[in-house]
Design a binder for this molecule. Sequence first.
Ligand code: ADP
Ligand code: MG
Length: 473
Amino acid sequence: MRRAQQLGRYHLLDRIAFGGMAEIYRAKTFDAQGHAHLVAVKRVLAHLAEDDDFIQMLVDEAKIASLLRHGNIARVYEFARAHGEYFIAMEHVDGKDTRTILERCRQKKKPMPPEHAAYVAGEVASALHAAHTAVDSKRRPLRIVHRDVSPSNIIVSYTGEVKLCDFGIAKATLSKVNTKTGVIKGKVKYMSPEQALGRKLDHRSDVFSLGSCLYEMLTRVPPFTASNEMDLLIKVRDAKYRPIADLVPSTPPEIEAIADRCLTRSRAQRYQTAAEVEADLRAFLRRYVPNYSRSHLGRYVRKAFAAEIERELRMLEEYVVTDDVSDDVGVNLIARDAEDVAPMPVPFQPRPAGTADVLIGDGGTGPGSDDTDGDGENSTTAERRQQAVSSFDVHVAQTQILDPGRHAMRPRTRTAPPPVPPQPPRARTTSAPPPIPPPRARTRTQPPPDFGDDIHREETMILDRGRFRPNRG
Ligand SMILES: Nc1ncnc2c1ncn2[C@@H]1O[C@H](COP(=O)(O)OP(=O)(O)O)[C@@H](O)[C@H]1O
Ligand SMILES: [Mg+2]
């Protein structure tokens, strides 16, 4: 048993990653009904937390990021200060980032199959287009450019969801890290030529970076590599790379052409919008694997990381929330600063508000043995995950409500929703968050959907519903 450290509304579990700017933890928190949720908490490193300008930059950027609502963008819940620390709380994506997936591809000496590459890139393109066209409450364009579209910021969940992370945080991160510590390594690789030259950027810069990611998925090597940063900058600036078919002759020419058009040096010759990239990738995918769905991607990732999935589950099961939960949830700095944008209240609280659900998982029953299709997912694993990772429900619910156009669903017979537990007594927190809107119910009143390319999402949602039943509470 391990006691989780509390930070604001969150109880930090295992550390997922450690970078030049922050440490990332999986963390547990509770909604107003007392249900447990997993979130990702990115804690700013101490030396940067002392830098007021840097923190202000993070606040500004997190403010913008928190406005974005899209099924392919990891939600930002808050940027807060609590217990003397600064941190960002965001949607936890239970899966692997594409940098890790690509490392595995390199180990196995096999690129990602083109259908998966097309699907992942298409989902990211969809996220980018939403960000590029986002407007504020007065319908003024926000002109968001991600600036750091790179494999480590694209996370694929074990169910095949694709989420782009670090929206808006990228600008602050890059400018600061660049000037202060020089820890920009690895990211230059995915820059656009105009970015490498330090020019003013527009959304087409992200289109180029997406092309670099697509290239790497198809070939398992990045388009631009060099032994030192100066040479790398020159290569990126010139946008010269080895043709994909030279490296992997079996690559379908259509998808190679899409990558090439993203990777064009001249902005005017590139795809002009991420939506065009998405449309071409979806059209390719429809021809290449007509029945492709998100679950194919989920299976691919689960199979590649079966051992890790087991380890991650064990880790989750080890933690318990501390006995003396503090009601100090800190200050949401996005809320404090926002005059022009109304911040979404943070739908979480540090304690389960009256319910007894403080233990994560089922106590560790060990791996099951009925993994029939060899993808690392057996009934025991699935069940344990269902218990341990109740977080998915809230995200699926929010995505459906906030993106009714995208995720509208055909009326169908469905299993009755689980009973909603009675509203718990008001928590002792000073600012009790409002309850999360009831999941799913509203989508039924949506107009009939235009299926188009979203048919894949549609199928997978049915699948996921079974997998991630709301916590038993
Ligand atoms: N919201 C999240 N959910 C799950 N994992 C995440 C999340 N955000 C980041 N990670 C993991 O942490 C890693 C490092 O993230 P980050 O600190 O942004 O570093 P980098 O600059 O390499 O992207 C990511 O590549 C991913 O594996
Ligand atoms: Mg990142």
